[in-house]
Design a binder for this molecule. Structure first.
Ligand code: KG4
Ligand code: ZN
Length: 339
């Protein structure tokens, strides 16, 4: 099947073409308009999606060298995400599907982050997924394709949100996650011991205490001291966040007796997290897949990949024409609102 994937849940307009030969294109139009506000402004995000979606999809098709007429299925992010942003992608995808008579499928954004790992790896089941993005932090047990059980989640901020909010306190531009990551490479992770929320108990996460602790710590430091030790502070913050993520993933694998895992979502691009995951998989002789950088943060290829899986699933009981007649096919929990 040739699948067109469309993603517009937050501040990236993305489209990708996936065929049996693999990902043929993966186009992302990122919105820089939010930088001046230090975070995503929903109304501006939907307007920017509206402006760039047509061109982004065109580019994905032309880079793939495929005409829309040769697309067998369109996969689009249905949720969770910003309502106005989601509506732009959904409406555009519905229009394409209706006009060209192509079956359409709705994809859950969080599932898609997980199945981004299937683009380059053959996933064996069951496995545990650690999904760490700007809006979510979750541990999920995946028993079989599309059979998910959330076994742990954040009680307050998401891991990416913690990076972004702490970065804002440090004067770094949004999104601060990649900037903290880059600065941390030259810093000492043991410079300051910040709290690791809920590290000794269960599979849930908490990052709001860390944010407050960094805020109080910085209030007692002179501005030139902060600048001088910025890499050390970034490394210490990264240490607190990534250590707790890896310990919880380790605990989940132990508790459920599953020796396979994936990490997913924007924060899976973090170099300290990836290094720790590498160490854990070697120490415990477990398989932990990490997506390539292009598939960590929001992208269309992960939507197309999950769409392919969903189409396979529904086509085992329905013909393409039946699916087309049904209109938008909903994944059981694709439309859950963002927490
Ligand atoms: O998955 P994603 O692109 O969007 C959501 O679904 O939220 O994740 C975006 C988040 C942002 O919070 C961003 O700061 C964080 O991922 N992020 C990183 C890195 N790259 C992106 N955090 C830490 N280190 C990185 N290298
Ligand atoms: Zn995402």
């Amino acid at each position: 099947m040739n699948i067109l994937g469309i993603e517009s849940s937050c501040d990236d307009t993305a489209a990708s073409v996936l065929t049996e030969a693999g990902v043929l294109s993966n186009v992302i139009a990122s919105q820089s308009i939010h930088i001046q506000f230090g975070g995503v402004v929903p109304e501006l995000a939907s307007r920017a999606h509206h402006q760039s979606i047509s061109q982004t999809v065109d580019q994905a098709l032309s880079e793939a060298g495929i005409s829309i007429k040769d697309i067998d299925g369109i996969a689009v992010t249905q949720g969770p995400g910003l309502m106005g942003s989601l509506l732009v992608g959904l409406s555009f995808a519905k229009g394409l599907a209706l006009n060209y008579g192509i079956p359409l499928i709705g994809v859950n954004h969080m599932d898609a982050h997980i199945y981004a790992n299937a683009i380059e790896h053959t996933l064996e089941y069951p496995f545990i997924a650690l999904t760490v993005s700007g809006g979510h932090t979750q541990l999920t047990k995946i028993s079989a394709p599309l059979q998910h059980e959330i076994i742990g989640k954040t009680r307050d901020d998401a891991a990416g949100e913690a990076f972004d909010k702490i970065g804002k306190i440090l004067g770094l531009a949004y999104p601060a996650g990649p900037k903290i990551d880059a600065l941390a490479k030259d810093g000492n992770p043991a410079f300051k011991k910040f709290p690791q929320g809920l590290v000794h108990e269960g599979l849930d996460f908490s990052f709001s205490g860390l944010k407050t602790s960094v805020l109080y710590y910085l209030q007692d430091l002179a501005p030139d001291e902060i600048q001088k030790h910025l890499p050390d502070i970034c490394a210490s913050v990264s240490e607190a966040i990534t250590e707790v993520l890896v310990k919880k993933l380790d605990r989940a694998m132990d508790e459920y007796g599953i020796a396979r895992a994936v990490i997913a979502g924007g924060v899976s691009a973090n170099s300290m997290l990836r290094d720790k995951i590498d160490v854990l998989s070697k120490q415990k002789s477990v398989t932990i897949y990490t997506p390539s950088m292009a598939f960590c943060t929001d992208n269309g290829a992960m939507i197309a990949q999950t769409g392919a899986l969903l189409f396979q699933h529904v086509y085992s009981t329905k013909k393409p024409a039946e699916l087309l007649a049904e209109g938008l096919r909903l994944h059981p929990y694709a439309g859950q609102p963002s927490s």
